[in-house]
Unconditional design. Structure first.
Length: 350
């Protein structure tokens, strides 16, 4: 199989955005707040939005299944208060679940949390448990900066995050560390804020000792880890200065990196620096970079092409495309096994 661990519902029917616009307008007092029941999107509309977009590209690129979560920039946790985020997260999570029900062998849902600046992360647990129990979520997205580019939250190693981590361990659920829209003019949302956050999360984890308290916790750092592979020597040196164990012990038993890197040299660097067992196939297709690369004639986000050209052994390629993800996402592995789609191969993360 080829499993894409990083997909967002970026092509949702226009009614979703229109409902959100009304919700945001109501916060300014310019309109009445919409009722979630007023949002009506049919199964046919969902099918059309997927079949002509994500599913079409998945078929063209040979991708069997995508871990599917709400659109990252739409999470916008900085908007309104916790009740705003709770209502919005519930709507977006339900749509991803419905997609997974319409295409059960092609999509598995991942949950967006109703985070809000300054609000205890434990407030997100009811929605997380609902997504696990009712929707069969196989992962969650965790935003280390709900403020939208102003970084007012404590680091990921702070104990305020621990209630969420306890639930992750209880349900064997990994988290993708993924910020949302930047409202800070100094940081472009996808060009700097996303990559800054990836890099920042890694450094926070190096500085702390989170995995001593949660040895089973698993994080996926998207977009190839931001600057992490490029500056791995710097991080190793900083870990030494901080009197931390070697990063192979301190970090890489719990932290993994996806392949949302959009050129061959970047993928080659990721593969050279990071152990194969810590790399998961992903594309984030129909996301931040949607154009065709004039140097190759193919879409920038067609990341499978870079892996195919990277000189991997068949075993290494299969691990990155399937087995590593099944090991890091046990609930996904269980779902696939239930569907009769093989079993997880023995690995260092089993």
């Amino acid at each position: 199989m080829i499993i894409d661990c990083h997909g967002h519902y970026t092509t949702a029917p226009p009614a979703l955005g229109a409902w959100r616009d009304r919700q945001v307008s109501a916060l300014a007092g310019s309109a009445a707040a919409p009722d979630p029941a007023e949002l009506r999107i049919s199964d046919d509309e969902l099918r059309e939005s997927i079949e002509s977009n994500q599913l079409k590209l998945m078929d063209e690129r040979g991708i069997d299944l995508t871990v599917f979560s709400p659109r990252a920039s739409f999470m916008a946790h900085h908007v309104g208060d916790f009740s705003t985020s709770a209502q919005w997260a519930a709507i977006c999570n339900e749509l991803c679940f419905r997609v997974s029900q319409l295409f059960p062998e092609r999509f598995a849902p991942a949950a967006m949390l109703p985070q809000s600046p300054g609000v205890d992360p434990a407030s997100c647990i009811p929605e997380l448990e609902r997504c696990i129990r009712e929707y069969g979520a196989v992962a969650l997205n965790l935003n280390p900066d709900p403020s939208g580019g102003y970084w007012t939250s404590p680091p990921l190693t702070d104990r305020s995050w621990y209630p969420v981590y306890e639930k992750m361990v209880e349900y064997d659920l990994p988290a993708m560390i993924h910020v949302s829209t930047s409202v800070n003019a100094a940081f472009h949302t996808t060009g700097s804020h996303y990559l800054n956050a990836d890099t920042t999360a890694v450094m926070q984890l190096i500085q702390g000792d989170l995995f001593s308290d949660f040895p089973e916790l698993k994080f996926v750092i998207p977009h190839g880890g931001g600057a992490t592979p490029y500056h791995w020597g710097r991080f190793r040196g900083l870990a030494m200065a901080l009197k931390k164990p070697p990063l192979e012990e301190h970090l890489l038993r719990n932290v993994f990196f996806d392949t949302c890197v959009y050129h061959q040299p970047g993928i080659d660097l990721l593969l050279e620096v990071m152990p194969t067992a810590n790399i998961l196939f992903a594309s984030e297709m129909i996301g931040a970079v949607r154009d065709i690369d004039p140097q190759t004639g193919f879409n920038f986000d067609d990341t499978g092409r870079y892996l195919a050209a990277a000189g991997l052994t068949p075993e290494e390629l299969a691990d990155i495309q399937e087995h590593n993800t099944r090991a890091v996402y046990p609930r996904l592995d269980a779902l696939l096994t239930q569907q009769g789609r093989g079993t997880q191969r023995s690995s260092t993360h089993a």
